[in-house]
Design a protein around this ligand. Structure first.
Ligand SMILES: [Zn+2]
Length: 100
């Protein structure tokens, strides 16, 4: 076996592992941000449910604007998947909820 080319292969592999390591780090950072965002949304959801319970069944105009903003940021606001990322584009349940 050609030792020179073996060395080059290992060096290339090392470089790719280095790149993957960097990519892994940035994905980890993104996951952490998503977890934090999710946490924030859960708290917001609890506050909203508490205020909706206190006022009857319909949220205030402010509440709806808030939900529309959360939806625009890419999260579900429907009962089915509240707070989870909208990975599949528009959600009919969310849009139905917003049009009320
Ligand atoms: Zn939805």
């Amino acid at each position: 076996m050609d030792r020179q080319s073996l060395f080059v292969q290992v060096a290339n592999l090392e470089e790719r592992i280095g790149d993957l390591y960097v990519e892994l780090g940035s994905l980890k950072q993104k996951i952490q941000e998503l977890i934090e965002e999710n946490q924030r949304l859960q708290q917001e959801n609890e506050r909203w449910q508490a205020s909706a319970a206190g006022r009857g069944t319909t949220p205030s105009v402010d509440g709806l604007e808030n939900l529309a903003r959360i939806y625009e940021e890419g999260f579900h606001i429907c009962n089915l998947r509240y707070g989870s990322l909208r990975t599949e584009g528009e959600c009919l349940f969310c849009m139905g909820f917003l049009s009320k």
